[in-house]
Design a binder for this molecule. Sequence first.
Ligand SMILES: [Zn+2]
Length: 547
Amino acid sequence: MVVSPEHPIIEKYKAELKNWDEIDAYREQAAHKSDFERAELAKEKTGVQIDGLTAVNPVNGKEIPIWISDYVLMSYGTGAIMAVPAHDQRDWEFAKKFDLPMIQVVSKNGKEADISKEAFTDVATGILVNSDFINGLDVREAQKKMIAFLEEKQIGTAKTNYKLRDWVFSRQRYWGEPIPIVHCETCGYVPIDERELPLELPEVESYMPTDNGESPLAAMTDWVRTTCPCCGGPANRETDTMPQWAGSSWYFLRYTDPHNEEALAGKEALDYWMPVDWYNGGMEHTTLHLLYSRFWHKFLYDQKQVPCKEPYQKRTSHGMILGENGEKMSKSRGNVVNPDDIVRDYGADTLRTYEMFIGAFDLAASWSEDGVKGCRRFLERVWKLQDMTTDENGYSKDLETKMHQTIKKVSSDYENLKYNTAIAAMMALINDFYKKNSLTGEEYRTLLLLLNPTAPHITEELWEIMGFEGHVYEQKWPEYDEAKTIEATVEIAVQINGKVKATILVDKDAAKEDVIAKAKEAIADKLAGTVIKEIYVPGRIVNLVQK
Ligand SMILES: [Zn+2]
C-alpha cells in the first residue's frame, strides 16, 4: 500500500512511527516538486517504508506494509493506493525498485503473463487468478462480485472516482464572463432574470486590477447596484468574473450558429455540425481543456441542449514551437520569434511552409532561422520553374512515375498531418526538374496544386502567370494512378561468384533469359571461366557462378 507523503494518516500516527526522521526528510523533498513532476516526469520511483504502521487487507485479513511515495498525489482520489504492481506500470516500477513481491491477479485467458520485464496492463479483458473466490471470472464480473462481497460484509461500498476536481470558478478581474447572480440581503444569492441574459460587462475607462484584491467591477457602483429579481429590494451584482475556460469549454457550439439571439445555438445547426469532426489544439491544454469541455458538454447533453454525448469525434495536438535555444519561448528568456517579422522579411508563404516543415506535427521543435531561409530558397526555386516549362503535353516519360508517386505521397501525408514529409517529397520532385533543367506545363500545374495548401499565395500567383484556368482553390485535387506509382525498371546487381561486379537496369517484368543476357553483356570483360550456374533473384540479383 502506498500513501501520499501529505496523507493525514502520517501526522495522526506520528507517535508510533519508528523512522520519523526519514519520513519527514522525504516529505520535505516531495513538497518542493509540482504534481506534474511527481506524477508524469518521475523516471525513477522514490519512497520510504513507514516503520511502525501496517494496513490490513479487509478481504483476507493479511497484513500489508505501507510506503510513502510522491507518485501518489493527495489531490487525486483518496491519496492512498492499494498497489497492483503486476498490472500497473508505475506500481510495477515502485515494487521493482524496492524489491517488493508482485502477485499476478489478472491473466490473459487464464495463463499467467510474463511480468518480469513490465506490468501486464491489458487487464480489461483478462481472467482473474490467485484471487480466491473470484478466480476464473473476467474482470467485469470479478469487480461486481468483489463489490457485492464488500457491501455484504459492510467493509466497503461502490464509488465512482472522477478525474475532474472541484475548482474555483471565480476570478477577480474585469475580462471574463460576468456571473449572472445578485446578492440580496433578504433573499441571498438570486439568479438574474433570464430576459436580462446575456449579462454584459459595463463599458469602462479602466479595467486594471485593483490593489485590494477585489474585482475591478466592484468599483463600478452604477453597474453593481441593482434590484433583486425576487423581492424587488436593493441588491448587488456579483463582481467576480468567470475563468477563461468558462468560454473555451463551449465556444465551438456557438460557432455553429453565432447570430442566434434566442439560444446558445439552434437545434438544426447543432444537429448539422455537431459533434466536431476533428478538434486540434495545443499540447499544453490537452488534459484540462479536454476534461472541462467534455464536462460542460455532458452537462448540456443532460439538459437536452446539445444532440450528442461527446463534443468531438477525433482530437489531436500539435507540438510546441520552442525558441532557437530549445527552450520554451518567453519574453524573459528573450527567445521569442515574432511571426510578423518573419512575414516582413521572408513572406507569409515562407512562414507557413517553414512551420509545416519544422518537424513532426505532434512533437515539439526548435525554431531555426536557417530553416526559414531554406524554405524561402525552396519557394524561390518553385518560382523560377516558370521559365523552365516545355510545350510537351501531359507528364514527361522519365518523370511520370515520380509524378504519380509524389501525388500519392503528398495526398496521404497531408491527410495524416505529416506536412514535413509532404514538403520533403515536393522538394525532391523539384530537384528532379532542376536535374533535367525542364518540366512540362502539366507537371508544373500538378506541383502548384500540391503545394497550394502550404504556400497559397505564390502558387495562386504562378497559376495566373502560367495562364492556367480559374483559381487554384477551385481546382480538383490531382489524381494518381496506383499502377503508375511503381517503377517500370529495376536495378539489378550482377555478381560473379557472389561478388557484385556491376549493376544493370531492366524492365521490372523482364524474362529471366533477357536479364541474364543483359547481365552477361555488362560483365563480359570480367568473365574469365565457364559459367556453370546462373542464379536470378527477380528484381534483385543475378549471380553467375564460374569455375
Ligand atoms: Zn431579494
